[in-house]
Design a binder for this molecule. Structure first.
Ligand code: SAH
Length: 279
């Protein structure tokens, strides 16, 4: 592959993972594609420094689903149409998503839509927060002595919903068998989700951690148990985005924390690094 082949090609859409936040966690491929893009369509969770590092002549489109300053939202259908329109105009399009583009990021839907429209595209994996957020906090999602399984699950769904796609009994059984749960989008429903796991028989003393804004200068980590985590998270005001980890691996943090140099404080020297801890 020549260097020219490694850059974004006209008429092609790249579904690119931007990593959990810190721009240093972009892949080399992501960096090359961003640097050669004509259009960058990004989500709201992509770090500001990644956005500001896009080429000055690239068109930036914020398609974040959160309400913008005027309350507008870009619908998924509009995103599909924009991707196809821009690629059909011969643009080099980078569709930039936080973490990995296929983990709770609708990359699969966008890929299906592009394929149906006959648009060339590539999926460029990114560093997912499901693994990176615990990792930077000293929590390995698997460990020879503690966990041989990892389950990544959305915590956004209402556990009392009749037709739930999430089987809390199965998740409790996995955690009980020594598997790690990584719950994304789970801040708002933390009380419901921990209650659902307890009701499904998971030991209330099971270790739990939450890592908020991993790799940002204001990253926060709070640890506790299934029983205590709701109060502890409330005490330090854990807010989205955060990843919740359930399982024995959380205890590894205690052993490594004193020597753990923080990525966020290294990279944001001068800005305040706050951490909230529970034992
Ligand atoms: N595609 C993304 C996930 C998008 S869903 C990925 O692979 O990481 C959005 C959720 O990701 C958030 O609610 C939060 O649970 C998690 N998340 C993303 N960035 C994060 C970060 N820097 N720190 C903690 N959690 C993060």
């Amino acid at each position: 592959m020549t260097d020219a082949d490694r850059t974004a090609q006209p008429g092609t859409v790249y579904l690119v993972g931007a990593g959990p936040g810190d721009p240093d966690l972009l892949t080399v491929r992501a960096r090359r594609l961003i640097d050669s893009a004509d259009v960058v369509m990004h989500d709201s969770l992509v770090h500001d420094e990644v956005i500001s590092s896009c080429p000055a002549d690239a068109t930036l489109v914020d398609v974040g689903k959160r309400p913008g300053p005027n309350g507008e939202r870009t619908t998924q259908e509009e995103i599909h149409d924009l991707l196809v329109e821009n690629a059909s105009d011969g643009q080099r399009v980078v569709r930039l998503k936080c973490g990995d583009p296929t983990v709770f990021a609708r990359g699969g839907e966008e890929a299906e839509h592009l394929a149906a429209a006959g648009v060339d595209f590539e999926i460029v994996p990114g560093v997912t927060s499901a693994i990176a957020a615990p990792a930077v906090a000293g929590i390995p999602v698997t460990h020879r002595d503690h966990a041989s399984m990892l389950t990544v699950v959305t915590g956004h769904e209402d556990p009392t919903k009749e037709e739930s796609a999430i089987d809390w009994d199965a998740l409790a059984a996995i955690a009980d068998a020594g598997g790690t749960l990584a719950i994304l989008m789970g801040v708002g429903r933390l009380p419901d989700n921990t209650a659902a796991l307890e009701a499904s028989g998971l030991d209330p003393d099971t270790p739990v951690a939450m890592v908020e804004r991993a790799t940002y200068h204001d990253e926060q980590v709070v640890t506790g148990t299934l029983e205590t985590i709701v109060d502890r998270a409330e005490c330090v005001d854990i807010s989205p985005p955060a990843v919740t980890l359930v399982g024995e691996v959380v205890e590894v943090r205690d052993a490594v924390d004193s020597c753990l140099a923080s990525l966020s404080s290294q990279l944001s020297s001068g800005s305040q690094h706050s951490r909230a801890e529970g034992d």
